[in-house]
Design a protein around this ligand. Sequence first.
Ligand SMILES: Nc1ncnc2c1ncn2[C@@H]1O[C@H](COP(=O)(O)OP(=O)(O)OP(=O)(O)O)[C@@H](O)[C@H]1O
Ligand SMILES: CC(C)(CO)[C@@H](O)C(=O)NCCC(=O)O
Length: 314
Amino acid sequence: MKSPEGLSPYLTLNREQWKKLRASVSMPLTETELEDLRGINENLSLEEASEVYLPLSRLLNLLATSNRKMSEATRLFLGDLNPKIPFIVGISGSVAVGKSTTARVLQALLRRWPGNPRVELVTTDGFLYPNRVLEERGLMKRKGFPESYDLEGLIRFLADLKSGKEEVSVPLYSHLTYDILPEKKKWVRRPDIVVVEGLNILQNPCVGPVAPSVFVSDFIDFSIYVDADEEDIARWYVERFQVLRRTAFRDPNSYFRRYADLTEEEAVVTARRIWEEINRVNLLQNILPTRGRARLILTKGPDHVVRQVRLRKM
Ligand SMILES: Nc1ncnc2c1ncn2[C@@H]1O[C@H](COP(=O)(O)OP(=O)(O)OP(=O)(O)O)[C@@H](O)[C@H]1O
Ligand SMILES: CC(C)(CO)[C@@H](O)C(=O)NCCC(=O)O
């Protein structure tokens, strides 16, 4: 049942209303810099970057600044005991909805705000269990489901960041080998803002024996859910699969090397099957039900163009 507007926790803004929210500040990017953003995703239009993601980066920059002021006040109170704490932005949504692209655009935009904050990007893919463990547990067809992640590792990482640890490492996942990269990690050092992207950001299973009442969301200062119709996301998944068939899957190290030899029609059937059997089930069971916890919901149309933004009033 749809809640009447007055009762909804969200303020709903259409595209026209949202894009105006960029107007009162000067543009931190030059046209050439904006053009560079295209390198992030050749399909991302400059109009989209300046009308949707720029206002969003303005909101995040304002919130991160006020968060910094709060930390400074606490530091004043505690003396030097309180370290610098980063602002954490979480981005969630289905597989193939555009979380990585959103995260990369926001990172690029936030870095250019005055003071040039250090903005790091982390994906929760790094906290998937290695294939060896997933195979042992019979979870190879459940990648992306809650049980396929080392949730305790993810929570420890976030807790370390939020306790002001200066250097924190994250395991790395390779989409090429479809596995965790052994002995490789990414270091996050003294960040001002960390954008954490993953389909499990808003989920709240507890971490068990270590700290039964600690959730990922406890460490996220602002969460964004990227939303679109299921049929559109399924199509984007199949389209991306087709592009990968012609590119990354051809790499001899690709876990999906065998898919490079499929015909276009066979590839469509295969991608649809993976979507239906794994990613769609995960979307309906575990991801979509978390949407209402997000602070902001970006709703995309069939062409990835954001039609509507919902922002939590509180
Ligand atoms: N804003 C955008 N404009 C145009 N195309 C986009 C946009 N965002 C994403 N796409 C396209 O949609 C597809 C999925 O995007 P992306 O890889 O960012 O998704 P994701 O949610 O991170 O997926 P996954 O969880 O599977 O890694 C890609 O083919 C990408 O090029
Ligand atoms: C790694 C995840 C879970 C999330 O990014 C996803 O890209 C994935 O691999 N899903 C499993 C099914 C598939 O190969 O699409």
